[in-house]
Design a protein around this ligand. Sequence first.
Ligand code: UD1
Ligand code: UDP
Length: 358
Amino acid sequence: LKILSVVGARPQFIKAFPVSAALRREHDEVLVHTGQHYDESLSGVFFDELDIPKPDYNLGVGSGPHAAQTAEMMQRLDTVVADEDPDVVLVYGDTNSTLAAALVASKRDPLLAHVEAGLRSHNWDMPEEVNRVLTDHCSDLLFAPSESAALTLESEGIHDGVFVTGDVQYDAILRVRSTARERSTVLEDMGLRDGEYVLATVHRAANTDDRSRLEAIVSGLGDAGRPVVFPVHPRTENALHEAGLWEQVTTDENILVVDPVGYLDFVRLLDGAERVATDSGGVQKEAFYLDKRCVTLRDETEWVETVDAGWNTLVGADAVAIRTALQTDDPLPEKPSLYGDGTAATRIEDALSSYDDE
Ligand code: UD1
Ligand code: UDP
């Protein structure tokens, strides 16, 4: 098969890392980067350290209002899809890059395959919810990370082409965990000790674009009772400046503000953390994979199984709730296996190959 994979934002490079390797064993892959993320720390670093093949195309779309950004991606992608004429367009997750590619594929001949299908936050104010629902509903092949994601698709009338594969981010983290321990010097560089700090990330629009939520999060993190390492996404850095909170967060002696880090350093930081505070989708799962308690700075999550299992607590943007969850020592329940066995990439490749045989 000729598979045209589309990536554009940080988590998609990480998801593509195991999947591209599996696809290239049996198929021709054309890798397209939309250019949604372009900073070295949000894009280039992942290609360099993970040995992901260099993109065949970088569409250089960059930042912008959602409609303009998505429309620009669609126009540029449409030319590439017309020229390359792939059998399958493969998309990941729920970003604007995902939706743009899904719409382009569904208006042309290739099949559309969606990795991370069937997730729902049920919050329609979240741009990602719109992206993931629309993408699922125009996909031909849907790779669900869990049985419950597959059941969600079923409940929405999507019965064909659904495969429960497990989560490709589990594959990714299993591959790098020991390398990160061996090679990353991030703990020493930042003066941190294993098991003695909280790792925090924030970038969700609902948090960055609302001053009171951002202020409550900064205040809650400062009260963690342990040092907090906070690799700051550029969107959040801009928002903290605009909200007049940059000074507060960078001078708080309990918070270590750093630039976003590469995947090996991030996995090392996760591995050494006492617990995690985040509004990221991916980081909630990664905390679970590395046996860390997660405090989620959102009102709801699409990774519901981690909450049901007792390993993830939704605290919204409430300073008191954040502090309480960051300080609790309640014992954690036994950890179930939730998102597969770390072979999702191979299962995706198998599903595509079986489709090819038909
Ligand atoms: C995007 C995705 C989000 C995903 C996140 C992963 C959408 C709607 N959002 O959010 O689902 O969780 O990526 O990190 O697709 N910026 C830079 N440098 C960059 C990229 C962005 O400075 O390389 C700044 C720009 O000011 C930009 C802002 O960050 O306006 C937001 O970037 P954008 O790609 O629109 O959304 P994210 O918040 O990164
Ligand atoms: N990540 C990283 N460096 C960082 C922060 C996150 O490598 O400084 C990785 C993290 O391991 C995870 C992914 O980026 O695999 C999550 O991306 P993000 O939180 O930006 O997006 P989301 O998952 O919320 O869509």
